[in-house]
Design a protein. Structure first.
Length: 203
């Protein structure tokens, strides 16, 4: 029973951690290489990683044009982001300025000889082995002094702190409820069972 409990707890923690890692914003410092537009067909299970896919199915896929931003980090590793509005959906970033971000990215393109470094704020994962791939969604960008700038994720720190306080509060309320209401009932049941066993033992 102990193994089952710990397995369930670890599963819940992994699930919560994955959701937070996907949803909370991250920042990459990159040099903008190019922007482009590509047609994407939606209608599979990977649609959950995209915005505004509509009611697409495998039998009736929907085709949309999606904007992308290409970059390279200081190690010359490619960093590719999709540029989609989140609208009023999830995650609640309320992004409606896809065209503006594309304009900023077009203006920020630089060469290796004269690099300009930008912090791309995004959420999501980059998964290359799922067909055409899963791309993080770029939310905003800002110029930085260089690739070694240290960026403190204040937003993530605040959200994780609030969530931790909320979970600890719920856990303590649950423990108080269990100690006051459930444990006494279990003790009464155990005492009753012991009395019955002693009665039949004397018989």
């Amino acid at each position: 029973m102990t193994y089952i409990r710990w397995t369930f707890r670890i599963f819940v923690l992994l699930l919560l951690g994955s959701c937070l890692h996907y949803t909370l914003p991250q920042q990459d410092i990159v040099r903008i290489v190019d922007t482009y537009e590509e047609r994407q067909d939606f209608g599979g299970w990977t649609d959950m990683f995209w915005q505004n896919t509509g009611a697409a199915t495998a039998d009736a896929p929907i085709t949309r044009d999606v904007l992308f931003i290409q970059g390279q980090n200081v190690d010359n590793q490619p960093m590719v982001y999709r540029n989609q509005d989140t609208g009023w959906g999830w995650p609640p970033y309320f992004k409606f300025d896809t065209a503006n971000l594309k304009t900023e990215a077009d203006d920020a393109v630089s060469t290796p000889e004269d690099p300009k470094w930008y912090a791309i704020r995004h959420y999501g994962w980059r998964i290359t082995w799922l067909g055409d791939g899963i791309f993080p969604n770029a939310l905003s960008m800002k110029a930085v002094a260089g690739p070694d700038v240290q960026l403190i994720p204040w937003f993530n720190i605040i959200i994780v702190t609030i969530l931790a306080i909320l979970l600890i509060t719920i856990w303590r309320l649950w423990r108080n409820f269990w100690d006051r209401r459930v444990d006494p009932v279990l003790d009464d049941i155990e005492e009753t069972g012991s009395s019955i066993r002693r009665f039949f033992g004397r018989r």
